[in-house]
Design a protein around this ligand. Structure first.
Ligand SMILES: Cc1ncc(COP(=O)(O)O)c(C=O)c1O
Length: 403
């Protein structure tokens, strides 16, 4: 399968230690081979050489929009519909806030309770801030999310791919269900962008946020992005009215006026070093067909689940990800009561995934650098760890700060 893989050459675009099987791109992608040189160029060739003049000479101020144009094709979006900025948390706050402020007669912020906790917390903080206007947070079980899209909901948010299980929602169907109820829906694409084939325009998605440091391979704490469909951009005002989102930031006016288009979703000065790394991460996508990425991702996931079923089930390892690839992102999760210790044992065997409590071992299958043989070897390493009962060793049971 590796020999006939049309994407096999992409692995050379990254720096990965020899002999390591890296299945953690859903948490932190590996460094692109060129990122060190690019960071050096920005520091020495731009900052050091040109000092403050670099803002104009190297067009730093336009980086958030230039990067947005690079992200857009990965999302199936228009070039002027995406901008890079801040973290996922902050970007989500901006969109939820803008939408809640736009619809005074609807007051509930609807969040699926299995969503990534920062999404819950940001919605909770926003509802509390606007409590006096009647704003409330409404949490629903995943299976009740669609039926909760009612006439009092001002805005709803959901993850396209679930961070625990890799379960992927039908974006087109849910977007149209929300639209039928008049509810703007903000998609969190943290576990989708760069890993699955997205068609935001075709699916008539209006709002989304996403992450730079996972499948976009742009470095720890890389800026995230926002997507807003062109036709609604100018109907929204970000609640974080920073000067970089002002129509004319260098006129230093007393009153805030939003910039036209996506620029209104910027707040403060863009972090140029991190933005340059994000730009470099996105260059790893040059010439890559996302449909081919998706095909390989599905094959990797199917292979992983098949081998896990054949070789690990007798040890009490249970798949937590959908068997149906149409309902699965680029991640496979397996349950085991000793999942934490087992994952540490696997890492000691040079197979890196991660763990989410109480019992989930997560494996990110980034088609850019994960080989079919890696999947086979990872399952075999897990089988050997189980056979040898390595998870019972005290050294693998010590909790780390970042699990
Ligand atoms: C779905 C989802 N949203 C948001 C985040 C994190 O957001 P931030 O970039 O603000 O830390 C994560 C991190 O893993 C995530 O999985």
């Amino acid at each position: 399968m590796d020999r006939r893989d049309p994407l096999a050459h992409l692995r050379d675009r990254f720096r990965l230690p020899e002999g390591l099987i890296y299945l953690c791109g859903h948490s932190l992608g590996p460094p692109p081979r060129t990122v060190g040189a690019r960071a050096g160029q920005v520091i020495s060739g731009e900052w050091e050489a040109d000092l403050v003049a670099a803002w104009n000479r190297h067009d730093w101020v336009e980086l958030p929009r230039r990067i947005g144009r690079r992200i857009a094709p990965l999302l199936g979006a228009g070039e002027d519909e995406v901008i890079a900025a801040d973290s996922v948390s902050v970007n989500l706050f901006k969109l939820l806030g803008a939408l809640l402020l736009r619809t005074p007669d609807r007051r509930a912020v609807l969040v699926e309770e299995g969503n990534f906790p920062t999404d819950l917390y940001m919605a909770q903080g926003l509802a509390r801030l606007l409590e006096e206007s009647g704003a409330t947070l409404r949490l629903t079980a995943p299976e009740d999310f669609e039926s909760s899209l009612g006439p009092d909901v001002a805005v709803a948010t959901v993850s396209h791919v679930d961070f625990r299980t890799g379960r992927m929602l039908d974006m087109g169907a849910l977007t149209s269900a929300a639209r039928a109820e008049g509810v703007p829906l903000v998609w969190d694409l943290s576990h989708s962008a760069g890993a699955v084939h997205l068609r935001l325009n075709e699916d008539e998605v209006e709002f989304a946020v996403g992450c730079g440091y996972k499948y976009l391979n742009s470095g720890p704490g890389a800026p995230g992005f926002l997507y807003v469909a062109r036709r609604v951009q100018d109907t929204l005002e970000s609640p974080l009215t920073g000067w970089m989102g002002h129509a004319s930031p260098f006129d230093f006016e007393t009153r805030y006026r939003p910039a036209p288009g996506m620029r209104r979703f910027l707040a403060g000065t863009p972090p140029i070093l991190s933005m340059a790394a994000l730009d470099e991460g996105l260059r790893t996508f040059e010439g890559v067909d996302m449909a081919a990425v998706r095909r390989k991702s599905v094959e990797l996931g199917d292979l992983f689940l098949r081998l896990a079923g054949e070789r690990l089930a007798q040890f009490g390892v249970v798949p937590a990800s959908p068997a149906d690839a149409r309902r699965r992102g680029s991640q496979v999760s397996l349950r085991h009561p000793d999942g934490y210790a087992l994952m540490q044992a696997l890492i000691a065997r040079d197979v890196v995934g991660d763990f989410r409590g109480p019992d989930l071992m997560r494996f990110g299958l980034a088609p850019f650098y994960v080989r079919y043989a890696d999947v086979r070897d990872a399952v075999e390493a897990l089988r050997l760890a189980l056979v040898n009962e390595e998870h019972r060793q005290a050294r693998f049971r010590q909790q780390k700060l970042v699990p």
